[in-house]
Design a binder for this molecule. Structure first.
Ligand SMILES: *Cc1c(COP(=O)(O)O)cnc(C)c1O
Length: 380
């Protein structure tokens, strides 16, 4: 645990992003993805704020995440979908789903059979995921006849929610794109189910990348994740085409723990990497033990008008930054340094320059960095 290296999370900006999201998709209900600890931001505080902003449905990846969310917000009225790690096999069965009001997303024949053959699932809404080309989770189009006959045999013709997932929504979506083809497949599946007499209450396909491009918004629901935390999900070259006006809800800051002069060629840290020039070397209290892995090759920080650049290897506990001598008056023990903040593009730059996806940067921040919650943005 640290004190001064921390991820400050402004829930006011988060509420602002939910408002911006509603502007982009005014006719859709939201399933807010809060898996992996709300992309590193803290599942419970984020869900609580989202409920306050009118969100009523959440998506998690695992049964354990679903149970945790329900236990921490017992009085609130909201739905939780469990997407991939259902753990309904062996002796667990569907009891945890019934007891915690969780909705499993069923993606294959084995799980469907466990579901349909257990009478206790009669009161659990039926949610099906289809594979429209990603070949990860989901029923294949070729399994439709089997699926239809199984569901009819068990009198489950009311489909609470059907969905599919895009493989390439971070790329440009046009009529030639893979996303376009996937969405066509989804529409064919939906039509066939309707034709076969099924009642479909809800449907969804759009994740952040699709929502940012205004795609697949004809369904009742959208399933945003990354974007509500601020960053665009679109690749660098496509980003200008997106419509997202979100703001980073987090600010990652640390502080200086040592300042020393260094000469060009002098070895620095593990591997004795030679300093590229004369200057002042500061150590910051962030390392790979905090999630700042050595895949980060380009880290630039600024202090007033001075720029510092990471040199040498990132350690478990600290990181070395080299500055010009003229920055001396700014560089004091305890001086705060931010890696990214709310209304700047440094988070994008960090992601682009290091070719590390925004998803991985946020989910990678370890538990040693405290998440501190604020409500500074007003009127959100
Ligand atoms: C994670 C996830 C999402 C959200 O994706 P983003 O790119 O973060 O918006 C949507 N749907 C499913 C099934 C997911 O697993």
């Amino acid at each position: 645990m640290r004190f001064n290296s921390r991820l400050k999370i402004d829930l006011g900006w988060f509420a602002h992003n939910i408002d911006e999201l509603k502007k982009l998709a005014p006719h859709n209900q939201i399933v807010l993805m809060v898996k992996s600890n709300a992309y590193g931001h803290g599942m419970v505080p984020i869900a609580r704020e989202a409920i306050h902003a009118g969100v009523k449905e959440f998506g998690v990846a695992s049964l354990g995440e679903g149970i945790t969310l329900r236990k921490h917000l017992p009085q609130k009225d909201f739905e939780i979908y469990v997407f991939s790690d259902l753990e309904c096999y062996q002796d667990k069965g569907w009891g945890p789903y019934l007891n915690n009001r969780l909705i499993p997303v069923i993606s294959n024949k084995s799980v469907l059979s466990l579901f349909l053959n257990d009478p206790s699932t009669r009161h659990i809404p039926l949610v099906l995921k289809f594979n429209t080309g990603m070949n990860r989770l989901g029923f294949l189009q070729s399994e439709l006849p089997y699926l239809i006959s199984e569901l009819k045999t068990h009198h489950r013709t009311h489909l609470f929610h059907i969905m599919s997932h895009f493989a390439c929504a971070s790329q440009l979506i046009n009529e030639q794109s893979f996303s376009f083809k996937q969405y066509q497949n989804f529409k064919i599946i939906k039509q066939e189910l309707i034709h076969q007499g099924f009642h479909i209450e809800r449907s969804s396909m759009a994740n952040s990348g699709a929502i940012e491009q205004g795609f697949a918004l004809e369904e009742t629901h959208i399933r945003p994740g990354l974007m509500v935390y601020g960053p665009s999900s679109l690749n660098h070259d496509v980003r200008p085409m997106g419509h997202w006006k979100g703001v980073m809800i987090s600010e990652l800051s640390t502080h200086i723990i040592q300042v020393n002069p260094i000469q060009k060629g002098m070895p620095i840290g593990y591997g004795a990497v030679p300093s590229p020039k004369d200057g002042l070397l500061t150590l910051l209290a962030l390392g790979y033990g905090d999630g700042l892995f050595n895949h980060f090759r380009h880290i630039t920080v600024s202090l007033n008008s001075y720029l510092g650049e990471a040199v040498g290897r990132i350690n478990m506990d600290m990181l070395a930054i080299l500055w010009e001598h003229s920055a001396a008056s700014q560089l004091k023990l305890g001086t705060p340094i931010t890696l990214w903040s709310h209304q700047d593009s440094r988070f994008n730059t960090l992601s682009d320059q290091n070719q590390i996806s925004p998803y991985e940067i946020l989910c990678g921040l370890s538990e040693r960095i405290p998440r501190i919650y604020f409500h500074e943005k007003k009127g959100g």
